[in-house]
Design a protein around this ligand. Structure first.
Ligand code: ADP
Length: 233
């Protein structure tokens, strides 16, 4: 069956404001009469199917980026989990006309995965590793129709923000964290450069939650209207 719904992903580094905006756009879309499905993110290990089993394996390393030191295996497992969820949940929801919103999707998989792959295989060409990760999301995955890439002002963000270290503890970014985050951003930029019609880069630097929310609505609502996504009335 042809999809009648639309898939939208919010992408960007940790702390760039995605979840905050997700919580604002969801009720707005519901008010407009759309049916909304929020895809589970990588922190949701509660799944009773293959998805939960895979995430529980990856979480044994207790690393929030799932870096157990085996990035090829980790990438394949994360890709398998996401394909399973797509086939089981996302595709049927799209066929039924839902607006599917993903708090991170294929671009985070590629950008974060690439940092780990490059660290593991420094002798390999970065672009080859990039292509390998892209190939893992090109088949057996629904592609987002629209992606909003949240782009903070990185220098300000890295100087001000703190990172969760577990048990409610927060630290300032270490220089290692900063290198990691800059690499992720560079790879997000690569993705935006090769997906110009899908990915809208949203500059969130210095903007209030309300201002970003207006920007997100201005991108999402007309996009969904253009797709003629059915409302529940
Ligand atoms: P993400 O989901 O991208 O990791 P969050 O939405 O959880 O980011 O936001 C991280 C923190 O930044 C939260 O404490 C949130 O309240 C705050 N925040 C989000 N957007 C803004 C903004 N535009 N200005 C100031 N603080 C923000």
């Amino acid at each position: 069956m042809k999809a009648r719904g639309v898939k939208i992903s919010l992408e960007g580094i940790d702390g760039s404001g995605k979840t905050t905006q997700l919580k604002l756009i969801e009720p707005e879309l519901l008010r407009l009469g759309y049916r909304v499905y929020l895809a589970p993110d990588n922190s949701d290990a509660s799944g009773k199917g293959i998805d939960g089993s895979i995430l529980r394996i990856l979480r044994k390393g207790r690393d929030r980026f799932f870096r157990l030191g085996y990035p090829t295996t980790e990438s394949l497992l994360l890709a398998a989990r996401a394909s399973f969820l797509d086939e089981r949940d996302t595709v049927p929801k799209l066929e039924r006309g839902f607006v599917v919103i993903c708090d991170r999707d294929i671009d985070t998989f590629v950008a974060y995965g690439l940092v780990s792959m490059v660290a593991k295989y420094p002798e390999r060409d970065e672009k080859d590793l990039f292509q390998w990760l892209l190939s893992l999301v090109s088949v057996g995955r629904t592609q987002p129709d629209l992606t909003i890439l949240f782009k903070p002002d990185l220098d300000t963000f890295l100087n001000r923000a703190t990172v969760a270290r577990g048990r409610g503890k927060r630290d300032r970014f270490s220089s290692k964290d900063k290198i990691f985050i800059r690499s992720v951003c560079r790879y997000y930029d690569w993705l935006a450069a090769v997906n110009t019609s899908r990915i809208r880069v949203l500059d969130v630097g210095g903007k209030s939650i309300q201002e970003v929310s207006q920007d997100v609505s201005a991108l999402v609502v007309p996009f969904i209207r253009r797709y003629n996504v059915p409302t529940s009335e």
